[in-house]
Design a protein around this ligand. Structure first.
Ligand SMILES: Nc1ncnc2c1ncn2[C@@H]1O[C@H](COP(=O)(O)OP(=O)(O)OP(=O)(O)O)[C@@H](O)[C@H]1O
Length: 661
């Protein structure tokens, strides 16, 4: 598949997506976080790309949401779902669900949702989810003690891009390699031609080094796991709490993470800790060892009577106060003992192994002196040895840990993805529970069940608590007027119908006891306009409706009090005309209007009228039956009030007035 074939993906985005490991599979997976790893692609854009890929897969180029209000209802639906997510990933991933007119897309989404609603939204899982985030790629670590070497320009370019962590050096012959071995602890030669090379230092000829990055730069894997430690631990906790089938061996993962420090180094190895401490403490230990020897000598000298011959005395005075020869001659045993003490201290303090202790012994024991002096070159040799042993040990441990982690690299991707996907499923499950939802039946436009039928529908978008929402039954097939008292719930009914249809075509459950919805090609929902329109706006609105009645089949048209756009007489005629046109096209329409009677009179066909009825006024309050009654023109609020007055007052005026309705 060409990436550019995805709706909304241009050449620039396609180029960014090609930076991903497997661009097509990633885009098709719908994994918003993985798509967002492409440079310059944020999660919102990734969600749009994933949606575009879904559309392409289902040949779904329709736009169900045809008006601003329809788009608003979709946003409100998405927000209700998003509010129930824990992770940012799930919130974005939910955006890949959109109302579709494609049966296969709706079916695909429904099968995801059907298993999602079976999930148990356990609070412990939600708590664990709080720490889960998509895995991140840490910045490239520079490794300075190792280099790659090649004689070939092409290999050099390949190495530089495959292993940006290491310097890549050009070499022509063994001498060049040997020179590199003096500057780097390890040299990896990439050319077969150097096989059998015999130079001093840690030099390896590994022509396949670029294909085995875990071995060549274990630091890369270690940095990845160190940077993602908390996410991985959280994902492992989610799997534990939710009892998900595991992609990765969690015990192995925990064990490997415990051996890794946040800076990508290996912890918990006693030998490495010993060597590291020995290098760090070397200078301090040498100086303490000197003091130990000095103290020992001082004590010995204090306790001894030293007889000094005249010539010696003379030479002492003439040479300055050099007592070394005296030490050598008179206190040889004591001096040796002091030196032994110093050596012992050094070996103990640095916890040296026997062969290291041999090197350490050379630090003391030169010409006798007081105070005792150490041999700086021996210290430096010891330091070099200990540092090299430390680095060798660290490199071996890194390589071992990287090899353990290498096996987990793929599984942890899945581990985290499964945890994040679980959050998406749990959000859907909570939505379904919170709003007593049911899976709707979405039927083909030409089925006998065209239009919509909702039973026990309760809108979560109302301005009252969900528990106070009264259930509504409403079914429409064809174009219908919806009449009713003020504040009877007409607008709320349109909102409910729009929400149920949008959710159903997203493949989501709907807040009703049961619902059957036609698979509409387009949903046109027009909210009530705020007051009369000026001539220009009125003309524009009429044009909209002109386009609407000319448009495709399979539309749902919901219109709230269109009469408010102009004077009542003209409005009734316009609405009647629109209804006629829609009726001829077998569109489904609900037009809320207070002018139902006038529209019916102005129409050339038998307009269906439903009504939200008031059972009457009780203490000035409307008692309303919220479910529209089919084929019934509801009485208006003014009519109800006149009727009440006609009953209450002993005058003909209200009775006469009532007859005019
Ligand atoms: N199903 C319902 N359950 C509970 N309360 C409802 C329901 N439907 C509507 N209401 C309440 O009635 C109020 C008015 O509803 P709505 O605006 O839908 O009425 P309307 O018939 O469109 O009014 P108007 O004729 O003034 O435009 C809502 O704000 C809500 O508080």
């Amino acid at each position: 598949m060409e990436l550019e074939a995805i709706p909304g993906v241009g050449a620039k985005t396609a180029a960014a997506l090609r930076e991903l490991d497997d661009p097509v599979a990633t885009v098709e997976s719908g994994d918003v976080a993985a798509i967002a790893r492409a440079p310059g692609v944020n999660e919102a854009r990734a969600a749009r790309i994933a949606r575009g890929a879904i559309r392409r897969r289902h040949g779904d180029d329709g736009r169900v949401l045809a008006t601003d209000r329809a788009r608003e209802v979709y946003r409100e639906a998405i927000d209700l779902l998003r509010e129930r997510t824990v992770t940012g990933y799930a919130a974005k991933r939910l955006e890949t669900f959109y109302p579709s007119a494609s049966a296969s897309r709706i079916g695909e989404a429904q099968s995801f949702v059907e298993s999602a609603v079976e999930r148990d939204p356990d609070p412990a899982v939600r708590e664990a989810l709080a720490g889960v985030e998509p895995l991140t790629d840490p910045p490239t670590v520079r490794v300075r003690d190792r280099c790659l070497a090649t004689a070939d320009a092409e290999t050099l370019a390949r190495a530089e891009s495959a292993v940006p962590e290491l310097s890549v050096e050009t070499v022509e012959d063994a001498r060049d390699v040997s020179e590199l071995a003096r500057s780097y602890a390890t040299v990896i030669v990439l050319d077969e031609a150097f096989a059998g090379l015999d130079v001093e230092g840690d030099v390896h000829v590994r022509p396949n080094a670029l294909d085995e990055p875990a071995e060549t730069v274990p630091e890369r894997l270690l940095a990845f796991f160190a940077a993602n430690r908390e996410r991985l631990e959280a994902a492992a906790a989610v799997h534990g709490a939710a009892g998900l089938s595991r992609a990765a061996d969690l015990d192995r993962l925990r064990d490997a993470l415990a051996r890794l420090d946040d800076d990508g180094t290996v912890v918990g190895d006693e030998e490495l800790e010993r060597l590291t401490a020995a290098v760090d403490d070397l200078d301090a230990a040498v100086s303490t060892a000197e003091s130990v020897a000095d103290d020992r000598l001082r004590e010995a000298i204090r306790e001894r009577d030293v007889t000094i011959e005249g010539t010696d005395f003379l030479s002492l005075v003439e040479q300055g106060a050099r007592v070394d020869s005296l030490l050598d001659r008179e206190l040889a045993d004591e001096y040796d003992e002091a030196i032994d003490r110093a050596r012992e201290h050094l070996a103990d303090a640095l916890r040296l192994e026997p062969e290291e202790a041999e090197l350490a012994d050379r630090v003391f024991g030169g010409d006798p002196s007081f105070p005792v002096e150490h041999d700086e070159s021996a210290v430096s040799r010891l330091r070099t040895e200990l540092s090299a042993a430390r680095d060798r040990r660290a490199a071996r441990l890194k390589a071992e840990l990287a090899s353990d982690l290498g096996d987990l690299r793929e599984p942890v991707e899945e581990l985290v993805r499964d945890a994040l996907e679980l959050d998406v499923e749990l959000a859907v499950a909570r939505f379904a529970r919170d709003f007593d939802c049911v899976m709707p039946e979405v039927v083909a436009p030409d089925s006998s069940d065209s239009g919509f039928r909702i039973e026990g529908g309760r809108s979560p978008l109302l301005d009252v608590g969900f528990e106070d929402v009264e259930p509504i039954d409403y079914a429409v097939s064809g174009a219908t007027l919806l009449s009713g008292v003020n504040s009877g719930g007409k607008t709320s009914t349109l909102d409910l119908v729009a929400l149920v249809v949008v959710l159903a075509q997203m493949g989501m459950p709907v807040p009703a006891e049961s619902a059957t919805v036609e698979r509409f090609e387009e949903v046109h929902y027009y909210a009530k306009s705020q007051g009369t329109l000026d001539a220009g706006a009125f003309e524009a609105t009429l044009r909209d409706f002109g386009d609407l009645v000319e448009g495709a089949d399979g539309r749902l048209v919901l219109v709230d009090e269109l009469e408010s756009i102009t004077e009542p007489g003209a409005s009734a005629k316009i609405i009647a005309g629109i209804l006629e046109a829609l009726d001829e096209q077998d569109a489904t329409g609900v037009f809320v209007s207070h002018l139902a009677r006038e529209i019916r009179d102005a129409a050339d066909f038998e307009v269906a009228v439903d009504g939200i009825e008031a059972a009457g006024l009780v203490d000035g309050e409307l008692r309303v039956n919220r479910s529209p009654r089919k084929g019934h023109l509801a009485r208006s609020t003014p009519e109800l009030i006149v009727e009440k007055l006609a009953g209450d007052r002993d005058t003909d005026f209200y009775g006469d007035l009532l007859e005019k309705f």
